[in-house]
Design a protein around this ligand. Structure first.
Ligand code: NAP
Length: 261
């Protein structure tokens, strides 16, 4: 077996905010598997942090600002990636946003603007990225998006983000159908809870971690390195017939029909 299963592959990673980000874990795993990566960050606030992290992969690592709600910024990202790499094989979508107040109260109170913004950032952005990435994926490719179980079942406080994740997962399936003839695969990883910046915005998140530890078949929470390993699997030759899927990497929590504690 090839020790570096992704060697010779080029990838773009959206969603590194800091070293706890799921995107960072998957990027590290892709890098260790031999891929050459470009990164984006949102706004000046994160620039220094992300710059320091990605410099680990070499001082020439491509780092481009991108607010995923801005078409012109997405255009620039893919133009620069095309110029630097000449092609693209991997894309990681690991971005999501909902206003804090939408993740606290009742879903019934979601405002039109909170609904619009959370769907724009967390779901439509995958479509916008896929359309621009596909022409660069000349030898086929693998797109991976991060999702959560609140898309299919009610998870208290997840609210509009659950509805946006349902839209993201449906988008994964429609994109998989459109891009399949180009040998581009599109899948989602449904991760169990991980203590990140975005997660801390969800009210009751600490309880959620404890609940998974008590009730998942493996009686623990997922490690980000395990999400990285799944990211490598989905990007590599072991997954060449897998597309349009939502893969649960949650210590088995998704199969449970009843809590035990
Ligand atoms: P994170 O480190 O906070 O990453 C979320 C990223 O989304 C940040 O880099 C954030 O940048 C970015 N983002 C938000 N709005 C954006 C915009 N308009 N343009 C560009 N980037 C934007 O949190 P994470 O937990 O790793 O989240 C990554 C993905 O995993 C998300 O899709 C999340 O829903 C999913 N997920 C997380 C968990 C969990 O428990 N943590 C479980 C399942 C799935 P800013 O910091 O600047 O906003």
């Amino acid at each position: 077996m090839n020790a570096k299963p992704l060697s010779g592959k080029f990838g773009i990673v959206f969603g590194v905010a800091n070293k706890r980000s799921i995107a960072w874990a998957i990027a590290q795993a892709w890098h260790e598997a031999g891929a050459k990566l470009a990164f984006t960050y949102q706004g000046e606030r994160l620039k220094e942090n992300v710059e320091e992290l990605v410099s680990m992969f070499g001082s020439d690592t491509l780092l481009i600002p991108c607010d995923v709600t801005k078409d012109e910024e997405l255009d620039t990202v893919f133009k620069k990636v095309g110029e630097a790499f000449g092609k693209l094989d991997l894309l990681l979508h690991s971005v999501a946003f909902a206003p804090k107040e939408a993740l606290e109260g009742e879903f019934v109170n979601t405002t039109r603007e909170a609904f619009r913004l959370s769907h724009d950032v967390s779901a439509y952005s995958l479509v916008a990225m896929a359309r621009r990435a596909a022409p660069l994926m000349k030898d086929g490719g693998s797109m991976v998006a991060m999702t959560y179980y609140g898309s299919v079942k009610v998870v208290p406080h997840y609210n509009v983000m659950g509805v946006a994740k349902a839209s993201l997962e449906a988008s994964v399936r429609y994109l998989a159908f459109d891009l399949g003839p180009k040998k581009i695969r599109v899948n989602a990883i449904s991760a169990g809870p991980v203590n990140t910046l975005a997660a801390r915005g969800i009210s009751g998140f600490t309880q959620m971690l404890k609940h998974y530890e008590t009730n998942s078949p493996l009686r623990r929470n997922v490690e980000t390195s395990e999400l990285g390993a799944t990211g490598v699997f989905l990007a590599g030759d072991g997954a060449t017939a897998i597309t349009g899927q939502v893969l649960y990497v949650d210590c088995g929590y998704e199969i449970m029909g009843m809590s035990i504690g």
